[in-house]
Design a protein around this ligand. Structure first.
Ligand code: ZN
Length: 233
């Protein structure tokens, strides 16, 4: 079966996208609330809500491990959580762009040197084939554009058998991602690792470990949301 998919997958995906765009044109319906939008992925009300709600949380700081700073833009709840899930399951470049544009002026106290490279957590290839799109990459590209920084793949994913992190507890997450990431060549630049949601920080730690193996010395994590307390993923 997989060879059929290898051969025809792109064509099927294109046909699916064509049908979807015909029946359900992008931007006609708001991804946040489902109401008619003004041609953008989020309607004006949801854009306002996203810009204002949780703004006091913006740039909340934590350290998944000592020396690994992580900033998050919104708490993982309400509209922000909805958008992360929609991006994950029906990722569209324009939604990632809308999310980054709405929440991302840098605060005055934070800046990244211009040689900083933005990168993402690569998705398992099997999942990429099913979903057709790497939402992490879309978000990283949108963030990079917003911060006027270059965006490049700096990590490979070697173990396709890893399971979705959301289903596992902390110990399971650590084990699940052991040795999964490897650096793409030597890394001599500061790295900004972008991801959708920060939960236990396991993914961030595993990625940082691989980036350091590649030579990276200055790594910062930036996620769209951060799970606090009992937030569901
Ligand atoms: Zn809306």
């Amino acid at each position: 079966m997989s060879w059929i998919y290898e051969k025809w997958g792109d064509l099927l995906k294109a046909a699916g996208a064509f049908l979807r765009d015909t029946v359900y044109p992008e931007g006609a319906v708001c991804t946040g609330c489902g109401k008619i939008s003004d041609g953008r992925p989020l309607c004006p009300d949801c854009r306002k809500q996203l810009a204002e709600d949780g703004a006091s949380f913006a740039w909340s700081f934590t350290e998944p491990e000592p020396g690994l700073p992580a900033y998050s833009l919104r708490p993982h709840e309400g509209l922000s959580r909805t958008l992360v899930l929609k991006l994950k399951h029906q990722g569209e470049a324009c939604l990632a762009k809308e999310m980054a544009e709405t929440v991302l002026p840098l605060p005055a106290w934070l800046s990244f040197s211009p040689e900083t490279v933005v990168t993402w957590v690569p998705m398992p290839k099997a999942r990429l084939r099913v979903r057709g799109i790497d939402h992490g990459r879309l978000l990283a590209e949108a963030v990079a554009k917003q911060l006027s920084l270059p965006c490049r793949q700096l990590l490979n994913r070697t173990n396709d058998r890893s399971r979705a992190q959301a289903a596992l507890d902390r110990a399971g997450r650590e084990q699940n991602l052991a040795g999964v990431f490897t650096p793409v060549g030597r890394i001599r630049v500061p790295v900004l690792l972008v991801d959708d949601v920060l939960t236990t920080g396991t993914t961030a730690r595993r990625c940082a470990e691989a980036l350091r193996k590649g030579g990276a010395k200055d790594i910062t994590v930036l996620t769209f949301t951060r799970a606090v307390g009992t937030n569901r993923i």
